[in-house]
Design a binder for this molecule. Structure first.
Ligand code: SAH
Length: 363
């Protein structure tokens, strides 16, 4: 039994079942036993590999897209580059290196990172830059912010609700025969569930991430008030329906209640909810597009060809497989989606297209 499992079982036995959101928070960020608190989980020897760890092209293209977005907004001198949940700092390093090639486009990097252990890894990766860390958006200096978040929102806690007739029951983590187990609450009412009654059937499971929607609302509000833009990249869809809570350990899927604190615990991102939160805060969300299409529009194939020309055959082959992994619909190309957030009146971000305006007369 992991120390966190022991800890959770005692807590639940004492005060009753907990929400999946509380379970996720403890598993990922418990100050002593949280998954991200104590480890660097990335890479072949770790638990999972993310896009920037697959190829330098990912961070480079994002850096250049942001440099272009900044130019489109009059190249404000005080703009900063912000990454949410930067992992090892690889995306930021590749983005800054690419941006430095655009004259006058060095931007000060700011990282929002909860894990003390990963902050140290980021400091090493980015030793050549003047990096700053912040605990939240509110801690960033004033001015336009250009934000990138790759696989950040999937780590934010969700709650799950099962449609039961015309009402809902919450899926909770309890204890049964000395082990953690899922159960259901008594019928519950929650104002935020009402919109889902029209789009679900009896027995459907809906996932809501209040922290994700709240974060997006603050981010969009800040971009509207002080300028900038954001690129959100993650696995997910535009629907809240379906159980996507998943645990990954050593590149394998695990039972989410198995060895809490020792596997990565995530849920698919509900891009529909993020877009609504951004719109409600006054910002303009783009159409959600597949990562493969986004990277193609940013010129990943041109970049791959250019890099391949200076590589020996074995490395060029590796590059081709990295390109495929990031873009092919059977790999990350379709599962991962991209959402751009801009202020009203600003041009859309490179690689993304603005959502079609809704025509009230057609409502
Ligand atoms: N973007 C990186 C890492 C993705 S993993 C990459 O693509 O490789 C998720 C990252 O988000 C980790 O750095 C983790 O420590 C961080 N994180 C998770 N929850 C967070 C929170 N609530 N606030 C800030 N950072 C968080």
């Amino acid at each position: 039994m992991t120390p966190l499992e022991d800890n959770l079982i005692r807590r639940i036995t004492r005060s009753g079942p907990i929400t999946i959101a509380d379970y996720m928070t403890d598993c990922l960020l418990h100050p002593d036993h949280g998954y991200y608190t104590n480890r660097d989980p990335f890479g072949q020897a770790g638990d999972f590999i993310t896009a920037p760890e697959i190829s330098q092209m990912f961070g480079e293209l994002i850096g250049l897209a942001i440099a272009q977005a900044r130019m489109d907004r009059g190249a404000p001198e005080d703009a900063i580059l912000v990454e949410l949940g930067p992992g090892r700092g690889t995306l930021m390093r590749d983005a800054l290196r690419a941006m430095a090639k655009v004259p006058g486009f060095a931007m000060q990097p700011w990282l929002i990172e909860a894990s003390p252990m990963l902050r140290k890894v980021q400091a090493d990766t980015l030793a050549a830059y003047d990096v700053h860390w912040a605990d939240s958006l509110a801690d960033l200096p004033d001015g336009p912010i250009f934000v990138v978040a790759n696989e950040f929102f999937d780590a934010l806690p969700i709650r799950q609700f099962l449609r039961d007739g015309t009402g809902w029951r919450e899926r909770l983590v309890g204890v049964s025969e000395d082990h953690l187990s899922f159960g259901l609450s008594a019928p519950t009412e929650l104002a935020s569930l009402e919109p889902y009654l029209g789009q679900t059937n009896d027995g459907d499971l809906v996932q809501i991430s209040a922290p994700s929607n709240g974060f997006m609302s603050d981010l969009a509000d800040r971009i509207c008030r002080q300028g900038g833009a954001a690129l959100i990249i993650d696995y997910g869809s535009d629907s809240p329906v379906g159980d996507t809570l998943q645990a990954i350990q050593a590149h394998e899927k695990r039972d989410p209640l198995f060895t809490p604190g020792q596997s990565d615990l995530t849920a698919h991102v509900d891009f529909g909810a993020l877009s609504l939160a951004a719109t409600a805060a006054g910002a303009v969300p783009s159409v959600m597009i597949p990562q493969g299409v986004f990277l193609e529009q940013l010129g990943i194939s041109v970049r791959a060809n250019q890099l391949a020309q200076s590589l020996p055959p074995a490395q060029a082959e590796l590059l081709v497989s990295q390109h495929r992994r990031l873009t092919h619909p059977d790999e990350m190309g379709n599962l991962f989606k991209v959402l751009g957030i801009t202020a009203p009146g600003d041009s859309s971000l490179p690689g993304t297209a603005p959502a079609a305006p809704t025509n009230p007369s057609q409502g």
